[in-house]
Design a protein around this ligand. Structure first.
Ligand SMILES: C[S@@+](CC[C@H](N)C(=O)[O-])C[C@H]1O[C@@H](n2cnc3c(N)ncnc32)[C@H](O)[C@@H]1O
Length: 386
């Protein structure tokens, strides 16, 4: 309103006067009215003239000190990533991750759109304060990033109980295409908690692309199968489809498997060579036959999806999962095993049976390098092959 309608009068009719106060303009008149059975208020406000209290750069007027510091931090992070973004050509990246604890947000840029996740505030933080800061941040983000506010999507990220994480949040159907290396991928910022593309795993996908030429590739817990797309396309510097010759991508969710197939179509991958399978990975592995030269297994930290028996807990179950995956790995092949469990500890038993190399510290691009505990990545091979 300040930017588009300076000098206008604004009337807001709301059933939530508390939120009305957070608009950041003072109401000079209030009328208590009813909206059917609901108590409501009509708030009248004056939108200030632009130059009356605009900051020198013409940015939003009267930022609080905290909001200004938050804006400065976004600018600083942009500068820090600028060279890397130019060199890498990436258009999807993490810009900010609760760098200032009082603005507890993760901000990811997807092309010309922005995905903001609000971390649930600890109980010690006053809910009103947290909300005020969120609104401040939401005013700052479009200005600093120079994007239209309608292209900023906000979600609250809470510790999810099991399958809630994968449930639908909306039905906008608003998906759009982004690029990662040579891959073209569908993302959707609005309808699910996750976007279809986990940005922290970009280096792992790139590595899979480098390792994949001529290989038979297996992607377990494939989600939207972005890793399969990168593996099938092959090394970043190559041209055409010169990566994995064949692949199988397994996931429990039909929705994500359809999304995976749309990603394959977008990249011209042959569906007779790149198959998707809907199954519980444990069950599938127990019955599976055949060999793969390269396997990527990135299970969720926890899952209690109704579509599978029991629950999956990566800390508890990874030993069994890794052993079953290794039974499908051809001699000389590599299993890339990763997960996002913060305090993950690999079963000591696995390192006795297999050649295990942890590459977590090398598995972050610059946009995630300041939060290096976000995931763990291991390369696991048969001992005789080493
Ligand atoms: C954390 S995501 C995996 C991310 C993915 N590997 C990637 O790189 O984008 C978790 C995925 O596991 C799937 N999932 C959860 N439990 C499963 C199970 N028991 N078997 C197969 N897929 C499962 C979910 O449907 C979801 O797509």
């Amino acid at each position: 309103m300040r930017a588009a309608f300076p000098g206008w009068r604004l009337a807001v009719f709301t059933g939530n006067p508390d939120l009305g106060h957070r608009i950041g303009l003072r109401a000079h008149k209030q009328y208590a009215l009813r909206n059917g059975p609901l108590e409501a208020k009509l708030l009248l406000m004056e939108v200030p003239e632009l130059d009356a209290d605009a900051s020198p750069e013409g940015a939003s007027p009267r930022r609080s000190e905290g909001a200004q510091m938050f804006a400065n931090r976004l600018e600083k992070n942009r500068k820090r990533l600028k060279k890397w973004l130019k060199q890498s050509g990436e258009s999807c990246y993490r810009l900010y991750d609760a760098d200032m604890p009082e603005y507890a947000l993760a901000i990811d840029v997807y092309g010309d759109r922005v995905h903001v996740q609000e971390y649930a505030a600890p109980r010690t933080i006053d809910a009103g304060q947290a909300q005020k800061r969120l609104f401040e941040a939401l005013a700052v983000i479009p200005e600093v990033l120079e994007v239209d506010p309608t292209r900023v999507v906000v979600k609250r990220r809470e510790r999810q109980s099991g399958s809630a994480q994968y449930q639908k949040q909306g039905a906008s159907g608003e998906r759009f295409e982004v690029r990662e290396g040579r891959a073209r991928l569908w993302v959707n910022l609005r309808d699910y908690l996750d976007t279809g593309l986990f940005l922290d795993h970009r280096p792992v996908r790139r590595m899979l692309g480098e390792m994949s030429p001529g290989k038979r590739f297996l992607n377990l817990f494939c989600y939207t199968a972005t890793a399969t797309v990168l593996a099938a396309l092959g090394p970043r510097a190559a041209e055409g489809t010169v990566g994995a010759t064949d692949s199988v991508s397994v996931d429990l969710s039909n929705t994500y498997l359809e999304w995976a197939q749309d990603n394959f179509t977008l990249n011209g991958l042959d569906p007779s060579r790149h198959r998707v399978v809907r199954d519980d990975c444990l069950r599938w592995l127990e019955a599976a036959e055949g060999e793969f030269d390269l396997i990527f297994m990135d299970p969720p930290t926890f899952s209690n999806s109704k579509k599978m028996e029991g629950t999956l807990d990566v800390q508890r179950d990874h030993g069994r999962l890794v052993r079953l995956a290794m039974a499908r790995l051809a001699p000389g092949g590599t299993l890339v095993f990763s997960n996002n469990q913060r305090r993950f500890k690999l079963d000591a038993d696995l390192a006795e049976h297999y050649a295990v190399e942890e590459i977590s510290s090398k598995s972050f691009d610059m946009d995630f390098s300041r939060k290096p505990g976000l995931h763990h990545v291991f390369l696991i091979r048969h001992r005789e092959a080493v």
